[in-house]
Structure formats: structure tokens, C-alpha cells
Design a protein around this ligand. Structure first.
Ligand code: AMP
Ligand code: ZN
Length: 469
């Protein structure tokens, strides 16, 4: 649907705008990645899944998306973690980085084209810091380099925070370093005893967090990105500082559309380890929830609304997803009369159009899901009334899998292959039924039930389902 206009909320303008990339047909997307000091929690994944929806929908609309996500593998938290465990920074961070990649595959997040590590981009950061010093946007104090906010009059344009008001005491950077002005933030932090450090023209030290993202995004995507995404907590100071550094350095607009995802809370409260309501993806998997249901839950609250995670909602997500897979199961296993109906054709087109237009309206996921459930309701009824034909079933299945390029919640196969001995038992039972030997048929049915298979006798023959958690 090339003619669809995609409208998206831009934090910079504070409005829903039509999305027009800089280069036709191509989107340069940067999403703030994890700080690899622990397993990522479901709040993090709320943001990543919303960003994944954005990316998959852009691809669905036919855009080529070039996507970069950083890995922050040096900062206060990673350094402290490595010290606590008595291992090198690299050994410490690689463990969580590996877990992160496992988790994003579990949740079917479409992989980025690049995942640069901060520690491997330091020469590029130094180059930008040097450039900012040369242009008078930065200064050195006690071996650290700071960005001079007073030199960038547009500071605050993203978060709408007025720099003058910051003077009243809000510290942009909670570090302990001395600087000209409390509002200024560190681009480079002088080495502290016992901390990892890298050589630079300004002395041994390590980069500040904000410069990492500016550098890694511009390195792979160029000086102007189409979309930069992250959770709302990133708006200030992180993204505000990224704009200041990048635009001061290049003299060009850094990002055209800023996409921010509201936070996830748990049972109405902020998630925190001390409250005992803190969950990683792994915690939920260990409780037996399926990755697809977790993804479904994270996906189906609009990205600009707070997502209240509850177990009740996770059970509901599991049930909603089952409604879709049950429908697919019917489509795969029933025998339909040959042919195709005009009504099914129209319903399928209507669903595709409504799904697409809903998402094109600032990613209105509820509208998109409503279009799918409306189709399923109609399809189930048509099936019961014998008004669905073989080609309709094939078209409905094809539609659902096509829309799943965006949602990524369907199983690869709804009808699984059964081992040969089980297939043989099902056949034996059918034969027993034919000769009216119901005792044998029931015995086989019970035996199969114990092995996790439910049988259903229909006009067209016996169908089976796996009992799933
Ligand atoms: P971090 O590893 O803390 O830098 O966070 C990685 C991403 O997760 C960032 O985009 C954050 O904004 C986002 N994030 C952190 N906490 C939450 C939360 N509770 N809900 C949604 N997103 C979050
Ligand atoms: Zn970032």
C-alpha cells in the first residue's frame, strides 16, 4: 500500500506529523540500546517491542530500514558490576550482551543492521569531542571535557526544558566532576583510580554516555537520522544532550522524528527490585508464559500510553492469541467445499485496509487488532454456516501470516507433525470406530490424551490438537 500516509507523533514538534524520510523509500532508524550490566527487564522490552512494531510497520509499508542499536558496555553501572564480580569489564558485559541477544530473538525483535559497542567506537567519539573543543562548544577541566550548554541556544528544544530554569539547581549530569556551569555535561570523564580508561588527546579517561549515542548513530547512519527512538526517560537529559552535541558538531539537523515510548509499570506501580515487582523476560519464561504471549501483551498497548503489566493481562493476552491460532487451526484442518466467495474476498481486503490504516495513524494497534478480530468473528460464523470455501481458507491464512510480518506473534506452524507411532494410533482408532469397536477406540483416545493429544471427531474425519500450556 504505497499510497498510505504514515502519521507519527514527533516529540520534537509535539504533534502527529506525516512521516517523510529524507531519502525516498529508505528510513534511517536509531534505537537506544541496552546498558549491559544485568538482564533486560520487561520495561526495557516494552520500549524495544514498540520500536520493533514501528520498524516492522515501516518495512510492511515498503520502506527499506537501516537500523542501528548501540550496546553501552562502559558506564558507572557496568564498571561497578565488573568490580563487584572481580572480572574485567569485557568479561562482565559480554555475558549480559549475550543474554540480550538471546532475549531479543525470543521476543522476535527484528535484528538491527548494526549493534556497535561503545568500547569499540571510542576513536570516533574522540574525533567528535575534539571537533566540539575546536569550535568552542566544549572545554577541558581537570582532564574531563564538558559541553558548554550556554554555547547552544537551542538547548531544551526537545524536552521543552528552559536552560535558564536548570540553573536553579537541576543537575544535568549527576557526576562529581567540577565544571564551569552545573548545567554542562561530560563528554569525556577523566580516569578515576581503578577504573578502565582509554588514551585521548585530553588525557586518560572514558566517554560520557550521551556522546556514545551521537557518535554511533552518525557513524552508521550519517549526520541526519530519520527516526531516533527510546523510552520517555531518555528525552531528558540523554536525547537533549545528543541533539546539542551532534548539531553543534555538524551544523545540521540531527534527527527528523523523535519517537518515545511511555513506560511500563507493574500492577499500577513503578517496577523496582525493592518492591518485589521487578521482572526480567527470563522470570516470565520460567513461570511458563510463552514468548509469543509476552510479546503480544507488550505490543498491544499504544506506545504513548503507560502499559500496566499485570498477570491478569498476561493471561488475557494468552487467550487473545489463542483465538487467532484456533482460527488458523480451523482453517488448516477443516475440509472446505471447493471454490471462493466474493464476500470472503471483500472481508479480507477490508481487514487488510483497516489494519494498515490503523497502524498508519500513529501506530494505533488497538484498531489494527480490532480489524483482525472482526475478520475472525466473521470467518468462524461463515465456517459454521458452510459459507467458507477452500480458496477463502487459503486466502485468510495468507492474510493473517502477511499481517504477522508486522505483529510477529503467530506460531510458525499451527498443525504440528506428529510422530509416526501416534499417527498409527489415530488410524487404528478410526478403523476401530468404523467397525463399531468403541471400547478399543476409547482406549486409544485415553492413551493419546495422556500423551498430550486431544481428538475431535468431525463429519470430515478425526482431527487432533496438542494440549498446550
Ligand atoms: P537502559 O538499559 O536503562 O539504558 O534502557 C534501555 C531502554 O529501555 C531505554 O530506551 C529506556 O528508555 C527503556 N526503559 C527503561 N525502563 C523502562 C520502563 N519501565 N518502561 C519502558 N521502557 C523502559
Ligand atoms: Zn542513547
Amino acid at each position: 500500500m504505497k499510497d498510505v500516509k504514515f502519521r507519527i507523533y514527533n516529540t520534537l514538534s509535539g504533534k502527529v506529523e506525516e512521516f517523510v524520510p529524507l531519502k525516498e523509500g529508505e528510513v534511517k532508524l536509531y534505537t537506544c540500546g541496552p546498558t549491559v550490566y544485568d538482564y533486560a527487564h520487561i520495561g526495557n522490552f516494552r520500549s524495544y517491542v514498540a520500536e520493533d512494531l514501528l520498524k516492522r510497520f515501516l518495512k510492511f509499508l515498503g520502506y527499506r530500514v537501516l537500523h542501528v542499536m548501540n550496546i553501552t558496555d562502559v558506564d558507572d553501572k557496568t564498571i561497578k558490576g565488573a568490580q563487584r564480580e572481580g572480572v574485567s569489564l569485557q568479561e562482565f558485559t559480554r555475558k549480559y550482551e549475550k543474554a540480550f541477544f538471546e532475549d531479543i530473538d525470543t521476543l522476535r525483535l527484528d535484528r538491527a543492521d548494526y549493534y556497535p559497542r561503545a568500547t569499540e567506537t571510542i576513536p570516533d567519539m574522540i574525533k567528535i569531542i575534539q571537533g566540539l573543543l575546536d569550535k568552542g562548544y566544549a572545554y577541558i577541566k581537570d582532564g574531563s571535557v564538558y559541553f558548554r550548554i550556554s554555547a547552544f541556544p537551542e538547548y531544551g528544544k526537545l524536552s521543552k526544558i528552559k536552560p535558564e530554569e536548570l540553573k536553579a539547581g537541576v543537575r544535568i549530569d549527576a557526576d562529581e566532576y567540577t565544571k564551569e556551569d552545573v548545567r554542562d555535561f561530560a563528554l569525556w570523564k577523566a580516569k578515576k583510580p581503578g577504573e578502565p580508561s582509554w588514551p585521548s588527546p585530553f588525557g586518560e579517561g572514558r566517554p560520557g554516555w550521551h556522546i556514545e549515542c551521537s557518535t554511533m548513530s552518525m557513524k552508521y547512519l550519517g549526520e541526519t537520522l530519520d527516526i531516533h527512538a527510546g523510552g520517555v526517560d531518555n528525552i531528558f537529559p540523554h536525547h537533549e544532550n545528543e541533539i546539542a552535541q551532534s548539531e553543534a558538531y555538524t551544523g545540521k539537523q540531527f534527527v527528523r522524528y523523535w519517537f518515545h515510548v511511555q513506560h511500563l509499570i507493574v500492577e499500577g506501580e513503578k517496577m523496582s527490585k525493592s518492591k518485589g515487582n521487578f521482572y526480567t523476560l527470563r522470570d516470565l519464561l520460567a513461570m511458563g508464559f510463552s514468548p509469543r504471549a509476552i510479546r503480544y501483551l507488550l505490543l498491544t498497548t499504544h506506545y504513548r500510553k503507560t502499559l500496566n503489566f499485570t498477570f491478569e493481562a498476561l493471561y488475557q493476552a494468552t487467550a487473545s492469541l489463542k483465538r487467532i491460532t484456533d482460527f488458523l487451526f480451523e482453517l488448516e484442518t477443516r475440509k472446505f467445499p471447493e471454490g471462493e466467495s466474493q464476500q470472503a474476498k471483500e472481508r479480507i481486503e477490508k481487514c487488510r485496509r483497516e489494519f494498515t490504516l490503523a497502524l498508519a495513524d500513529d501506530l494505533n494497534i488497538s484498531g489494527a487488532m480490532a480489524a483482525i478480530f472482526e475478520l475472525i468473528r466473521w470467518g468462524n460464523k461463515a465456517m459454521e454456516e458452510g459459507e467458507l470455501f477452500s480458496q477463502d481458507a487459503a486466502n485468510l491464512k495468507a492474510l493473517l501470516y502477511d499481517l504477522d510480518r508486522v505483529l510477529a506473534v503467530l506460531p510458525e506452524k499451527v498443525v504440528e507433525e506428529l510422530p509416526e507411532d501416534i499417527m498409527r494410533m489415530i488410524k487404528e482408532r478410526e478403523e476401530a470406530r468404523k467397525r463399531k469397536d468403541y471400547a478399543t477406540a476409547d482406549r486409544i483416545r485415553d492413551e493419546l490424551f495422556k500423551r498430550g493429544i486431544i481428538l475431535e471427531d468431525t463429519k470430515e474425519g478425526t482431527r487432533w490438537k496438542l494440549i498446550k500450556k
